[in-house]
Design a protein around this ligand. Sequence first.
Ligand code: FNR
Length: 371
Amino acid sequence: PPLDEILNLHDFENISKQVMSEKAWAYYSSAADDEITNRENHAAYHRIWFRPRILRDVTKVDWSTTILGHKSSMPVYISATALGKLGHPDGEINLTRAAAKHGVIQMIPTLASCSFDEIVDAAQPGQVQFFQLYVNKDRAITKKLVQHAESRGVKGLFITVDAPQLGRREKDMRMKFEAEDPSVVSKSGSSGTDRSQGAARAISSFIDPGLKWDDLQWFKSITKMPLILKGVQCWEDTLQAYDVGVAGVVLSNHGGRQLDFARSGIEVLVEVVAKLKEKRGLTFPNEKFQLFVDGGVRRATDVLKAIALGATAVGVGRPFLYSFSAYGSEGVEKALQILNDEFEMNMRLLGAPTLKDVVPEMVDASNLQSH
Ligand code: FNR
């Protein structure tokens, strides 16, 4: 169907399923084990209700924000997702182009299909990009990647901490990752592949399961980029991250692709905000220590719930993969335009002229807890 018949982010999923290769669908859509966490990620938002306010002047509403000190047209960034060329020949560049048009930030994955430099080169002057890092057992490779990213102007280093081993994604495993495939993994990120158990396993064997808290000091010594831990899942680790002095955390379960029965990021956010207030007197959103959430975000209302509960911004993964797989960069632009339109309307209906007005009292999260 033509792009103007697409009404929401779910539509991209349904359409792209019909046009993508089976292999791409298996890799993009799959999640760990019985995919319970993947379903929960979106379902958790259905347990949060709004408490809108009335009679506030909402002629003009503004949902722009700053993320790690950088302007973003909305409190959403494009999260890192590997293997963009499985879905579309231009791979991650589709995201770069659409991000430029809409003034949002793209997080470049270690395991991109396009090379890191191709993705940076595709950016417009001044366009902000972050880098997602899988830490290699060979730290010399990691050091080179990180310092190269910094030298190319990357503004934040998101270290993935929820993947000492890749989760079991059975849909993907049933599709063997064939050696004769078009080259979908850039050489820049990985080394050494096992092709017998699906795309995920094939590309991830270099990741270091020995990564630990002490290593963060080393990262601080090799780069000035702000460090953010991606894949934090409880308040205890968030507190430790704050004490160690990183710039923020992403409360995420990797789109349900790692530990099945991990809780949704939005549920974790509530305990994190409460406990960091209790233990360190912090209030959120907080400029100095930023909380991000990802997983299952499909509507601006989902985003606004996370903002109300203390997040600075949220990451979105699969919807952008699906939109470029079906329509290239124009699909991603459309997805971002849909989110924009949803922000405008829903902030009016909430009675929130700016994101600062989206306060905890605007949501009822009393039924959020999954247990
Ligand atoms: C991911 N994600 C991910 N995360 C990461 O740190 N490094 C990576 O290489 C990838 N690769 C990847 C591939 C695919 C196909 C998906 C769907 C996801 C996780 C991603 O950054 C993010 O946490 C989730 O995608 C968020 O959930 P939604 O928006 O996809 O529901």
